[in-house]
Design a protein around this ligand. Structure first.
Ligand code: ADP
Ligand code: MG
Length: 289
């Protein structure tokens, strides 16, 4: 485990996100390369502090080949007035699926099938640990040097019915959120979903985006404002795929994008869906270039 910033040398900035920056770093002793995510917050910014703490707790527990590994969490200790929480992570040199889509626009079904299988394996592991990711989308799926996709970014994740403190119910808004997240019933004490099905929905939207080359639930030119998105997610028909899409892919997407979460495909069902099982590419990777 890496225990402090002194062990690391910053090489480059890899990305920016909510309240933080991700750097490429080298461990001085071993010359190994890692990604370092630094979350900054003022001590009075309780919300971010809680969120960072939750992310740290989750990352420390998670150990799966389908989830980006964490090799240490520590306070940078560089500033007394504000905090800086550092996460040392496995370096994913292929960048995110979002980056890949920007370069290649569309991915073939064989690659999408492999990505879907890996994300489903990751979700099976996380859900087994009672962790709901809540932010599955292209920019949070990262690719390593072998072309393998893994789940990253537990910034808004939640442990359900676990020993950890319950998360807040407010997690902001995202174009990848499922219809049940808009459901007023649950705010009125009605039947509640546990959130697992929302990760499946987001996987479906993400895989469809890989196929179509743009966010699939609204037309490419359409303004993604709040009302438009909500209507599309809750009431819109899933987009028609071009006739080149295989029936297996269509059926897979349909099971992911079932509006009623009670009827939606589960992670286990989808792992044995023909779209995922039939076309195991032996290379099993997402190669760039
Ligand atoms: P945020 O919660 O702020 O979105 P992320 O964890 O998603 O933070 O990281 C932001 C971006 O930094 C990612 O979209 C990705 O481009 C890059 N990044 C994050 N983690 C890694 C990593 N382990 N290896 C390589 N790049 C990474
Ligand atoms: Mg992110």
């Amino acid at each position: 485990d890496i225990k402090g910033l002194a062990e690391l040398e910053k090489l480059a900035v890899l990305g920016h996100g909510n309240g933080g920056t991700v750097y490429k770093v080298r461990q001085r002793r071993s010359s190994s390369i890692y990604a370092l995510k630094v979350l900054r917050f003022d001590h009075d910014a309780i919300g971010i502090w809680h969120q960072a703490g939750r992310e740290a707790e989750i990352l420390k527990r998670v150990d799966s080949q389908f989830v980006v590994r964490c090799h240490g969490v520590f306070d940078s200790g560089t500033d007394a007035d504000s905090g800086e929480l550092c996460f040392v992570m496995e370096y994913m040199e292929g960048g995110s699926l979002h980056d890949v889509l920007r370069l290649r626009r569309r991915l073939p079904e064989s690659v999408i099938s492999d990505v879907a299988r890996r994300v489903l394996e990751g979700l099976k592991y996380l859900h087994g640990m009672k962790i709901v990711h809540r932010d599955i989308k292209p920019s949070n799926l990262l690719i390593n040097g072998k072309g393998e996709v893994k789940i990253a970014d537990f910034g808004v994740s939640q442990v359900v019915a676990g020993s950890l403190e319950a998360g807040d119910s407010y997690v902001g808004t995202s174009a990848y959120m499922s219809p049940e997240r808009f459901d007023s019933e649950k705010w009125n004490g009605g039947p509640n979903d546990d959130g697992f099905a929302g990760d499946v929905w987001a996987l479906g939207v993400t895989m469809l985006e890989c196929y179509m080359g743009h966010f699939p639930l609204i037309a490419p030119g359409q303004k993604p404002d709040w009302a438009t998105l909500m209507c599309a997610i809750c009431f819109g028909e899933p987009p028609k795929l071009v006739e080149t899409a295989s029936p297996d892919f269509e059926s897979f997407i349909q099971r992911c994008l079932e509006k009623d979460w009670r009827n939606r495909g589960t992670v286990l069902e989808l792992l044995s869906h023909p779209f995922v099982t039939k076309r195991c590419t032996s290379a099993g990777g997402l190669f760039l270039g």
